[in-house]
Design a protein around this ligand. Structure first.
Ligand SMILES: C[S@@+](CC[C@H](N)C(=O)[O-])C[C@H]1O[C@@H](n2cnc3c(N)ncnc32)[C@H](O)[C@@H]1O
Length: 206
């Protein structure tokens, strides 16, 4: 791992993901988490203040990057909720099938190399009736914005740790066996190629 990936990128990601619009988005989904929670791509722990400590028993914080886990450590130490790191990628979730009540994934499906395999794993670890809470940026609805997303995506991925700006988030969720129970979408303030957000609640399809 390069110095940029280990030391610089965690700092940049933390800043990029801390904006006021992003915080508003987190507040729409994270407080809905209950019971045993698996958070995918825990990053620097920016969702932690949004969990309802009365409703959450434990958070499994899956984050493969040591630099991101290091950045998250102060938030974890200050948290009222029991947090345990899993230092593996989301394509290999080590929890038992049917063992968690809630999976939380925010601004990570863009970066996970094999998002479909990761989502299938998330579906498997959910208890029957368990919920996936998601908030992601992705492909825009307007063709002129999509064209720029296609152009910029390769260069963006190289400086951002592999982030893709044009993933079809609802399509990935449905292809991996989820149905969307709550499906919200809009542009956040900012550059349109980076800011089209998808958020809501998904459950394993019957
Ligand atoms: C843009 S950051 C978002 C972090 C956090 N979820 C948030 O909302 O602030 C994307 C995160 O996905 C993580 N990531 C990259 N590849 C991953 C993988 N294969 N499995 C799980 N997480 C991964 C990165 O290390 C990074 O922490």
């Amino acid at each position: 791992m390069s110095f940029y990936e280990d030391r610089v990128l965690p700092h940049l990601i933390n800043i990029a993901c801390s904006s006021k619009p992003n915080r508003k988005q987190r507040d729409k989904v994270v407080p809905l988490a209950t019971g045993e929670v698996l958070e995918i791509g825990f990053g620097s722990g920016l969702n932690l203040p949004f969990y309802d400590a009365q409703k959450v028993a434990k958070i499994w914080a899956l984050e493969p990057s040591e630099g991101m886990r290091r950045k998250a450590r102060p938030m974890v130490d200050a948290s009222k909720v029991d947090v345990e790191f899993i230092d593996l990628p989301a394509e290999t979730i080590p929890l038992e099938a049917g063992s968690v009540d809630t999976v939380v994934v925010t601004y990570s499906l863009c970066t996970i190399p094999d998002a479909l395999t990761a989502l299938e794993g998330m579906r498997q670890v959910l208890k029957p009736g368990g919920r996936l809470l998601f908030c992601e940026h992705g492909i825009a609805p307007d063709e002129n914005v999509r064209r720029w997303q296609r152009r910029v995506n390769p260069a963006w991925g190289r400086i951002s740790g592999g982030c893709n700006i044009n993933r079809d988030i609802p399509g990935l969720l449905q292809s991996s066996g989820f149905e969307l129970v709550v499906d919200e979408r809009m542009y956040l303030p900012g550059m349109k190629i980076l800011s089209y957000n998808y958020w809501g609640i998904a459950r394993a399809a019957d």
